[in-house]
Design a protein around this ligand. Structure first.
Ligand code: SF4
Length: 551
């Protein structure tokens, strides 16, 4: 047995390798990126293990499905909003009779540290009727992933594992197995199990419904869903899940002391789904009020209102004991338990007020020059035509920082790939000059289809692809296709060659590039400007590689 200090993401990655996974796919996104990064760089990875970044979460999920069809264990990783992109294969895969274990790890980001939303992936697992695992510690993350693969193969269902930022990105010591488990052999899935033609899909849907009782029975017996009943406490019972348990335990000594002789309330920890109904009902029978401490949206709290209707008072995020938005923390849970705030050093010392440090583009970032050209072009157009003549829609990536001072260059940032569709929509709505600003990787991820739409309707708009030759924001993964391919793709979609401009972006070219943007803005069709310059990190990595090759 080895002892290692790992991030939650790394623990689950190593656990997957030790559980015999041989196909690992994903799209980078905070806080999930380190899972696949770890596997790609791991010496625990066998020679036959495939670990690859994919163009987007949907293609990653589909590749993992193909692995599972072949009888081998497959892992797919993404952040919570990435699951929206993979929702189609994810939902439909629940009707396939999964062969090699298939586990989808989704890392949620409560408090939106690096995301555009707080959505809670448990709703997706419930929607698809697939089991869900929620580790609370790095050790559990390491161990549970093997259990998730076993369950997937036993019941032929995909399994979701939900992580949250604080677990993904915090380190702890874990104990690992001595040797990895054997890998599955290559086999073939039965076509009837994998073809969702209506006649077959109906049968498979019925099978999925039939499996629910077995999965529920597993969940009721699963020893990670722990129930402790205290018959002396009929006033209150507590349910914890995800990191809610850690924050509860941090307050345990003070809370136990405050409970006196009657002792702690009955406690149910829910480590996964389907929700363990028998244990929930036993808990509900033991007390009048149930406090739910869960990380994320009030998912369990909402379900409880249907599971124990009218019988108990359910309190938590809906009733204000805990906040609806943002991450939990020990202090919030402390207050929900009725404990007074802990004295801290801040009660006696007033910390100095530090200047705000909003996130910014790196000094010398190519996006700065590209936005400078665009800003001047937009200013000129607005002065000439009035402010309701231009719209700049942007996308997700480093270049989203163009939204903040000093650039303040963009007006919308919604989701991966939305910039082109939104620029098109604004153009169709009546704006004369609309711009969709998108990175090279985001363009491949989900901008292509928006461009196809725009070309099909010949909607006047200008797409600006900021080609920095790397997936910078998530840790400098390689872009799926080299820069040289972008122009060919744009032309292949049908953009007129004279309106597909590939230009360098540099401080001394800002003025010249403004003119090019103005020219293309006047074109009453689809124009694409690919502004090229490597990200500073890409330059650093390239030079490092070149030095290694020379040595
Ligand atoms: S990492 Fe690269 S793309 Fe991102 S802000 Fe810095 S230089 Fe620009």
């Amino acid at each position: 047995m080895k002892e290692l200090v790992l991030l939650g993401d790394e623990a689950v990655a190593l656990g997957a390798l030790h559980a015999g996974v041989t196909g690992c796919f994903g799209y980078p996104g905070t806080p999930s990126t380190e899972i696949l990064e770890y596997i790609i760089n791991s010496s625990d990875r066998s020679e036959t293990t495939v670990a690859q970044w994919c163009t987007n979460e949907k293609t990653a999920y589909e590749t993992a499905l193909g692995f599972s069809f072949s009888g081998k264990r497959a892992l797919v990783t993404m952040k919570h909003v990435g699951l929206n992109v993979a929702a189609d294969p994810f939902m439909n895969s629940s009707l396939c009779q999964i062969k090699g274990g298939l586990v989808c790890i989704v890392a949620d980001d409560p408090s939106m540290h690096s995301s555009q939303g707080e959505q809670d992936s448990r709703f997706y697992a419930d929607f698809a009727m697939v089991p869900l695992f929620e580790p609370v510690t790095q050790q559990e993350a390491y161990e549970m992933i093997g259990e998730a693969f076993d369950l997937s193969e036993k019941w032929h269902v995909p399994v979701m594992m939900r992580l949250v930022t604080r677990l993904s990105h915090s380190r702890a010591q874990i104990r690992t197995a001595d040797s990895p488990r054997a890998q599955n052999a290559l086999e073939k899935g039965l076509p009837a199990d994998w073809m969702l033609l209506p006649a077959l899909a109906r049968k498979n849907y019925a099978k999925m419904i039939d499996k629910q009782d077995d999965l529920l029975s597993w969940s009721n017996k699963w020893d990670r869903n722990t129930l402790e009943i205290n018959p002396s406490r009929t006033d209150l019972a507590i349910i914890t899940s995800s990191l809610g348990r850690n924050y509860f335990e941090e307050n345990l000594a003070d809370y136990a002391a405050s409970c006196g002789k009657a002792g702690l309330p009955s406690l149910l920890h829910i480590a996964g789904m389907p929700l363990p109904l028998e244990k929930i009902r036993a808990l509900a029978d033991s007390a009048q009020t149930i406090l739910v401490i869960e990380e994320g949206m009030p998912f369990i709290e909402k379900q409880l209102r249907g599971l124990v209707p009218g019988k108990n008072r359910i309190i938590g995020k809906f009733t204000g004991e805990l906040p609806r938005a943002g991450e939990l923390n020990p202090d919030l849970v402390r207050a929900a338990l009725g404990l007074s705030a802990k004295k801290t050093i801040l009660d006696t010392v007033t910390p100095p007020v530090l200047p705000a440090r909003p996130p910014q583009l790196c000094k010398g970032c190519p996006h700065h020059d590209s936005y400078s050209s665009l800003n001047t072009a937009v200013e000129i157009l607005n002065e000439r035509e009035g402010a309701v003549s231009t719209v700049v829609a942007a996308d997700i990536g480093c270049y989203a920082l163009g939204a903040v001072a000093p650039l303040k260059a963009v007006e919308t940032i919604v989701c991966m790939g939305a910039s082109i569709g939104m620029a098109r929509g604004a153009s169709e709505a009546g704006y004369k000059y609309t711009f969709g600003v998108i990175g090279d990787s985001t363009f491949l991820h989900s901008g292509l289809t928006g461009l196809v739409d725009a070309v099909s309707t010949n909607t006047p708009l200008t797409v600006i692809i900021l080609d920095n030759s790397i997936v910078a924001m998530t840790g400098c993964q390689t872009t799926m296709l080299p820069s040289a391919q972008l122009e060919k793709i744009v032309l292949g979609i049908g953009v007129e060659p004279e309106h597909c401009r590939v230009i360098d972006t540099k401080p001394n070219l800002v003025e010249e590039n403004t003119k090019i943007i103005l020219e293309e803005a006047e074109y009453r069709g689809v124009s694409v400007i690919i502004m090229v310059r490597e990200c500073l990190e890409a330059v650093r990595l390239r030079k490092k590689k070149e030095a290694i090759t020379r040595a």
